[in-house]
Ligand binder design. Structure first.
Ligand SMILES: C[S@@+](CC[C@H](N)C(=O)[O-])C[C@H]1O[C@@H](n2cnc3c(N)ncnc32)[C@H](O)[C@@H]1O
Length: 263
């Protein structure tokens, strides 16, 4: 069984990252843009998507894109208090947007939405069935549930380098896409789109790559601190094994899903 994900640690590390997130979140920006492209293809009339609920809004990368396509009425949420404070500073004056600090894995708002949207957040969830069922209950009939998230195979180079030197992987295991897609359909949604995109990112060296993870807020949400000697060995191996003239590579696998509540 996977070790439990510590919500307090997640909220703390994303809160610490609230001021650095935007400058390093390149894969998250790409993913949010692609999610919005999928959303526009399947639901060209944005009026049918409001009011929307956004889970794990962070600093508002997806929120900005939603506003640009005309989704100006909704509720934007995050679990990390400092992220929510950033959202309040950016969107507090928007008359039709409300902002809330909540755990999207345990949703009980007593209101319904026409869409529930999320980018690069569900990989921090411990479970999918209960939350997705609650999203189904929070949607109007015909409502859209669309999200992207990182799945198994993401940061495979870091997995391999840590395993090779006997160092514990400094994160939690990510679900594979089948598990997530099963949870979507078992929650009574009809899946209209799913796809996987692999994106190799390049960093000057492994140290910079790991610092970027920290600046994004992606730190260890399970288990105890790592042995520094083992970690140094893993970094050295990573630098040697995954280097090209452009730098070291870290691969992300992103799952995109658009589903609908039909009845
Ligand atoms: C990688 S950031 C993505 C932020 C934004 N959606 C974007 O695309 O840039 C993940 C966000 O999810 C939030 N988060 C993690 N677990 C959450 C949960 N259970 N409920 C709500 N938000 C959560 C984190 O605080 C963080 O702001």
């Amino acid at each position: 069984m996977n070790p439990p994900i510590d919500k307090r640690k997640i909220a703390e590390s994303f809160s610490r990252a609230a001021t650095t997130y935007d400058s390093v979140a390149s894969i998250q920006k790409r993913s949010a843009n692609h999610l919005v492209d999928i959303l526009r293809t399947h639901t060209p009339h944005s009026a049918r998507l409001v009011p929307f609920l956004e889970i794990g809004a962070g600093t508002g990368i997806l929120t900005d894109l939603l506003l640009q396509i005309g989704l100006s009425r909704g509720t934007i949420t995050d679990i990390a208090p400092a992220m929510v404070e950033t959202l309040r500073q950016t969107y507090g004056q928007y008359p039709n947007l409300s902002i809330a600090c909540l755990d999207g894995e345990h949703l009980a708002l007593g209101t319904r939405f026409k869409s529930i949207l999320s980018a690069s957040t569900f990989q921090w969830f411990s479970s999918f069935h209960e939350p997705f069922l609650s999203y189904w209950r929070h949607l109007e009939t015909g409502g859209v549930f669309a999200f992207c998230m990182f799945v198994h195979g993401t940061l495979r180079e870091l997995h391999a380098a840590t395993e090779a030197v006997g160092c514990r992987y400094p994160g939690h295991p990510l679900p594979d896409e089948h598990k997530v897609l099963s949870a979507v359909s078992e929650s009574r949604f009809c899946i209209e789109h799913f796809s996987i995109v692999e994106t190799p990112l390049t960093f000057p060296d492994t140290h910079t790559f790991l610092s970027t993870l920290k600046s994004i807020g992606s730190t260890n949400a399970v288990g105890s601190p790592l042995d520094p000697t083992a970690l140094r060995r893993a970094i050295r191996l990573y630098d040697e094994t995954y280097r090209s003239p452009a730098g070291v590579t870290a691969t992300y696998r992103t799952l995109y899903v658009l589903a609908r509540k039909l009845q």
